[in-house]
Design a protein. Structure first.
Length: 240
């Protein structure tokens, strides 16, 4: 039977990831808008900084037309990163919730990864140096942690003969943790510095139709590329 490649993706895999993200956003949306936070203050953060990569290796596993495996080390340097965050602090207890969207690039001589994490964060702060003008404190150390949906566009050269290079976009769940300190200049203006660590295991799948006619759930995995992406970030920003 004639073999005709196709770029059809697995509908079940995509739908499961989308459903998990919808549930995650729904939970944090309810937490942000819940009447439990009637006594609360909204905030918006804008930030930028430098991303420092951990050592990264891309593992290739090609199954068609002939089985082949290989790996390539990605010696990636530092890169700029930037993002924005919107959230809500509870005035009665020192915690809150936020949604964070950012961008960073991991670049090596043989490949590039452009990454957009969308994180839902549980936030805790410690109000210090309180006053009548700044009831939540002028100095505010804080911590944030939560799951993230990482949208990554990968382009990596082939590790050897018989293995296709990677050129694909993938979305996977990871985690995001950060700690920082904010200095409140006035009620609705603060400066902050922050350390962030993000981690995601990306699994790029090339699925194609290997028969003359098939649906999305009948596609076969042609190749699989795994990349574990851990990144340290040093950030500075302004809070409104």
């Amino acid at each position: 039977m004639r073999t005709e490649p196709s770029n059809l993706m697995n509908g079940g895999d995509t739908m499961n990831r989308a459903n998990r993200y919808v549930v995650m956003c729904g939970i944090f949306g309810w937490l942000l808008l819940s009447p439990l936070h009637a006594a609360a203050e909204w905030f918006v953060d804008l930030y930028g900084g430098v991303a420092f990569p951990e050592r990264t290796t891309a593992h290739f596993d090609q199954r068609h037309p002939a089985p082949a495996t290989g790996s390539v080390s990605l010696n990636m340097g530092t890169a700029t990163t930037f993002g924005a965050r919107v959230g809500k602090w509870n005035d009665l207890v020192p915690f809150g919730f936020a949604v964070d969207v950012s961008y960073f690039q991991r670049k090596a001589s043989i490949g590039t990864l452009d990454v957009v994490p969308i994180s839902a964060l549980f936030m805790v702060r410690l109000p210090l140096y309180r006053s009548e003008k700044l009831p939540q404190g002028q100095l505010q150390p804080y911590l944030g942690i939560g799951p993230g949906l990482f949208v990554a566009n990968g382009s990596i050269a082939s590790p050897g003969a018989g293995i296709d290079p990677l050129s694909q976009t993938r979305t996977d769940f990871g985690f995001d943790v950060r700690t920082g300190v904010a200095w409140q200049l006035k009620k609705h203006l603060a400066l902050f510095s922050e350390y962030r660590y993000s981690n995601v295991n990306l699994r790029f799948l090339d699925r194609r139709c290997l028969v003359e006619s098939c649906g999305p759930v009948q596609t076969d995995i042609i190749s699989e590329t795994k990349v574990s992406l851990g990144t340290h970030h040093l950030l500075v920003g302004v809070r409104f």
